[in-house]
Ligand binder design. Structure first.
Ligand SMILES: *[C@@H]1O[C@H](CO)[C@@H](O)[C@H](O)[C@H]1NC(C)=O
Ligand SMILES: *[C@@H]1O[C@H](CO)[C@@H](O)[C@H](O)[C@H]1NC(C)=O
Ligand SMILES: *[C@@H]1O[C@H](CO)[C@@H](O)[C@H](O)[C@H]1NC(C)=O
Ligand SMILES: *[C@@H]1O[C@H](CO)[C@@H](O)[C@H](O)[C@H]1NC(C)=O
Ligand SMILES: *[C@@H]1O[C@H](CO)[C@@H](O)[C@H](O)[C@H]1NC(C)=O
Ligand SMILES: *[C@@H]1O[C@H](CO)[C@@H](O)[C@H](O)[C@H]1NC(C)=O
Ligand SMILES: *[C@@H]1O[C@H](CO)[C@@H](O)[C@H](O)[C@H]1NC(C)=O
Ligand SMILES: *[C@@H]1O[C@H](CO)[C@@H](O)[C@H](O)[C@H]1NC(C)=O
Ligand SMILES: *[C@@H]1O[C@H](CO)[C@@H](O)[C@H](O)[C@H]1NC(C)=O
Ligand SMILES: *[C@@H]1O[C@H](CO)[C@@H](O)[C@H](O)[C@H]1NC(C)=O
Ligand SMILES: *[C@@H]1O[C@H](CO)[C@@H](O)[C@H](O)[C@H]1NC(C)=O
Ligand SMILES: *[C@@H]1O[C@H](CO)[C@@H](O)[C@H](O)[C@H]1NC(C)=O
Length: 705
């Protein structure tokens, strides 16, 4: 039932309507206060029942609607959006005479509401729905006809998962460790409605799914915790993730060993091991009516790898981009005349501003003749980046950009080099505060310009298998930011093989008269070339955004030569990923991504924990620490470790001996009977439990031990 307070509110709204409040109703003739009016009770949609609504035409207007016509699209919310997610099946004209229209609205047909939470329902008969007679005319006018009282779903999430990589670039099960979730973290779902009754909440068919976001594709993971299982109390329930609930999806690809396949990769995320996933809860009902879906975030932190030493050689240590401050010269041939708007001109490499490259992007503003910009300062300029997922970042004046100004032109040199993979910023808005402009100040709207930008290079991450020489090991290459990557041939070199064997100490190749019978030849050029992409061979497949390739060592095939069966060894070619240059005819970047077609994929790789990424790094610093392989100890010895945060608790991961211990002050004893060659010593801040509050060293037993 609708609450008394809501009903009162509705009456008040109707009172305003009846009063013919300007702006709500359209009327052309002074005598006609409203083209039509509500004749029945107001609708109160709070369950799945059907209700009738009668509208009376005024001013000699006549309804021109077919009986049984679908009028679902007439219903709008208070923001003038369609009230329902669908535009048919909910409302039907059941009685039409010339002046009276009865609409039956069947709430059980509502698939969803366009607004999350309760709202006012209005009707807006389109032009043509009321025909004119005499001088009266109808132009579409909306009328408040009721309300829907559906709870608003909000979700607050602090879901935090983490996994330590043991100094590897991908998270492997070296220590039998998967991503685990802090038991204290969960998503709290809240349904808000006055006088909400828990018994009316339907969640049997509710689902939780991975929604789109930056830095990952939904096809890459399988979310096993896809239901709401907790009970509801006062409109609240919780949802949490447990180990194994969100796992890498490898499709149906055959994975044979532990080195194979895909794993959480430290390459990606925000470049510091932070992965932010958007989850969506949908399908909750209230009194049988659908509650709008809501999204929330889960944060997974993959830590323990410091790539600085390797990355520095490829990318430097994040050397600041140099701003080229040019003597200001007119960037437009005809500067704006007095009173005209300033002209914004972008000058940079490529097709649009690219904040990922090593070059400054310049925005020049050419001012109208009656405006004097000579007093502008960097802090008068605001540069805001935004992503499709709703992330925003504001650049720092004199840090991420500098300005150079004269009376008639301002150069804004954006020097930021963005290293992180996510968020993927797609837009940049440059706004100048007018206070320090002298002379005529252009209108505020003229002082802002939004650009489509790129902030991330299309990139690949290699996971699984790389470098192993075990037959059957699967290596994977995941691509991010490539639009229309649909076929493996777009991105890999075709694979094939020839057959060889040694006869009397001489290498001979197979040339087939059929594919099973043939002769020996003495060069690869003369040998028959077979397709090498099949399941028995390199099994090259594109699954989602990931290329899978199986390593084959000493694969053989038996053929008939001179009437005798001969076992040949297969020698493979191809299977490697194509460079962006070679792939370029097919592939373009998604919004926010840039492709450098002259670079290799290595240029497009950026690695986790590279020194260049400083923003946001707030991990506990554990010392002593020696870089990639961190710290070596002899078995049977002790070592005192310290952290830059005195509040930490110390813990161990991966020790097999109970005699290996760490004391509360960080003294690690590496037991003589320890059988694990490497363990992790972890310092966790007790004051800051956020993702940044953990640090570790990987301790390996010394080779001398
Ligand atoms: C609405 O009006 C139609 C036609 O008069 C009638 O058949 C129907 O039962 C009414 N529905 C409700 C819910 O009153
Ligand atoms: C880690 O996850 C894998 C795959 O989901 C599972 O087979 C394995 O048992 C898990 N390991 C642990 C230690 O739970
Ligand atoms: C802009 O100012 C510069 C000097 O600061 C001058 O050389 C140039 O002619 C001016 N351009 C216009 C269009 O007024
Ligand atoms: C690839 O995608 C881009 C962006 O969506 C589009 O402009 C382009 O036409 C597509 N190319 C092909 C070959 O489909
Ligand atoms: C390879 O075979 C060709 C013809 O079958 C022959 O002429 C040539 O001498 C052979 N070369 C060697 C190095 O055996
Ligand atoms: C032999 O195999 C090749 C490559 O796999 C194929 O193109 C060819 O059609 C086959 N020939 C016969 C006779 O089956
Ligand atoms: C198997 O392949 C490896 C690497 O290609 C090679 O060194 C080795 O000799 C091969 N073994 C046999 C039995 O052919
Ligand atoms: C075999 O594969 C290699 C590498 O992809 C390629 O260069 C060569 O042209 C292929 N050979 C044939 C006959 O397709
Ligand atoms: C593209 O890559 C080439 C080769 O690595 C490099 O010299 C060039 O500066 C890059 N261009 C951009 C815009 O990053
Ligand atoms: C990574 O290692 C370097 C030394 O090689 C050290 O200076 C730096 O602080 C380390 N970074 C992190 C985040 O541990
Ligand atoms: C270590 O301690 C645990 C828990 O007390 C026990 O279950 C385990 O057997 C012990 N391991 C060894 C090697 O003593
Ligand atoms: C830390 O604790 C260990 C064992 O409890 C003790 O031997 C050592 O002296 C302590 N170190 C400091 C610096 O307090």
């Amino acid at each position: 039932m609708l609450s008394a307070s809501l009903l009162t509110g509705l009456v008040a709204i109707n009172g305003l309507i009846a009063g013919g409040r300007a702006g709500i109703l359209y009327h052309r003739e002074a005598a006609c206060t409203s083209p039509y009016q509500l004749q029945s009770d107001t609708l109160a949609i709070d369950d799945t029942s059907a209700q009738n609504l009668t509208l009376q035409a005024n001013c000699g207007l006549k309804w021109k609607v077919e009986t049984l016509a679908d009028v679902t699209s007439w219903f709008i919310d208070c923001n003038d959006n369609l009230a329902f997610n669908q535009s048919t099946t909910v409302a039907q004209a059941v009685v039409v005479d010339s002046s009276t229209l009865t609409i039956q609205l069947d709430a059980s047909q509502i698939a969803g509401f366009s607004t999350n939470g309760p709202g006012a329902l209005k009707v807006l008969p389109p032009s043509g729905a009321l025909a004119t007679t005499g001088k009266a005319s109808y132009e579409p006018a909306s009328l408040a006809v009721g309300s829907y009282s559906i709870p608003k779903l909000t979700v607050q999430s602090n879901i935090m998962g983490s996994a330590y990589t043991h100094a590897k670039s991908t998270l492997k099960e070296l220590f039998g460790i998967n991503v685990t979730y802090d038991p204290n973290t969960m998503a709290l779902l809240d349904l808000e409605l006055p006088e909400l009754e828990d018994a009316a909440i339907g969640y049997d068919d509710a689902t939780v799914s991975l929604a789109g976001g930056d830095g990952y594709y939904t096809t890459e993971y399988t979310l096993n915790a896809d239901r709401l299982t907790g009970s509801w109390l006062n409109g609240r329930t919780s949802y949490s993730l447990q180990e194994g609930d969100m796992v890498i999806n490898t499709g149906d690809y055959l994975i044979t060993d532990d080195d194979s396949g895909r794993e959480w990769s430290c390459l990606g995320g925000d470049g510091q091991g932070n992965y932010i996933f958007n989850l969506e809860v949908a399908g909750i009902t209230y009194n049988g009516l659908p509650v709008a879906a809501a999204q929330f975030r889960a944060h997974i932190y993959i830590y323990g790898y410091n790539y600085t030493s390797d990355a520095a050689t490829k990318y430097g240590a994040g050397t600041p981009v140099d701003a080229v401050i040019e003597p200001l010269s007119d960037k437009v041939s005809n500067p704006p005349t007095s009173g005209a708007e300033p002209i914004f001109t972008w000058v940079g490499e490529g097709e649009k501003p690219n904040l990922a490259d090593a070059f400054a992007d310049d925005v020049y503003i050419t001012w109208p003749q009656d405006t004097d910009a000579s007093a502008l300062e960097a802090c008068d300029v605001e540069i805001v980046l935004s992503s499709l997922s709703g992330d925003r970042a504001t650049l720092g004046p004199d840090l991420d950009y500098v300005i150079n100004t004269s009376s008639n032109e301002t150069q804004i040199a954006i020097t930021l080099q963005n290293w992180a993979f996510q968020p993927v910023y797609t837009e940049m808005t440059v706004t100048v505060a007018g206070a320090r402009l002298q002379g005529t100040r252009p209108a505020a709207a003229a002082l802002s310009k939004t650009y489509d930008i790129a902030s991330v290079f299309v990139y690949l991450t290699q996971q699984g298998g790389g470098g192993t020489t075990v037959d059957g090991t699967v290596t994977t290459y995941s691509f991010y930011g490539l639009a229309n990557l649909t076929d493996v041939s777009q991105i890999t070199v075709p694979s094939n093989y020839t057959l060889s064997t040694t006869v009397d100490g001489v290498t001979q190749y197979f040339a087939g008269t059929t594919n099973s019978t043939g002769v020996y030849v003495n060069s690869t050029a003369a040998a028959t070339v077979f397709d090498g992409s099949g399941v028995e061979d390199l099994n090259v497949q594109l699954i989602g955004n990931t290329v899978y390739v199986t390593t084959r060592i000493n694969a053989t095939a038996t053929k008939t030569v001179d009437g005798e069966p001969v076992t040949f060894t297969k020698a493979y070619n191809g299977g490697a990923t194509l460079s962006p240059d070679a792939a370029s005819p097919y592939l373009t970047g998604e919004p926010g991504y840039a492709i450098n077609r002259t670079a290799t994929w290595i240029f497009h790789e950026k690695w986790a924990w590279q020194e260049s990424i400083k923003i946001g790094w707030g991990g506990i610093d554990v010392q002593p620490y020696t870089g990639k392989f961190e710290w070596e100890m002899d078995k049977g010895s002790s070592q005192q470790f310290t952290a830059n945060d005195p509040s930490v608790t110390w813990s161990l991961l991966g020790n097999e001996s109970n005699s290996t211990t760490v004391s509360s002050n960080g003294t690690l004893f590496y037991a003589s009977d320890e059988t694990s060659a490497a363990i992790a010593l972890i310092a966790t801040s007790t004051t800051d439990k956020s993702y940044a509050g953990q640090g570790c060293v990987n301790v390996v037993s010394s080779i001398l031990a």
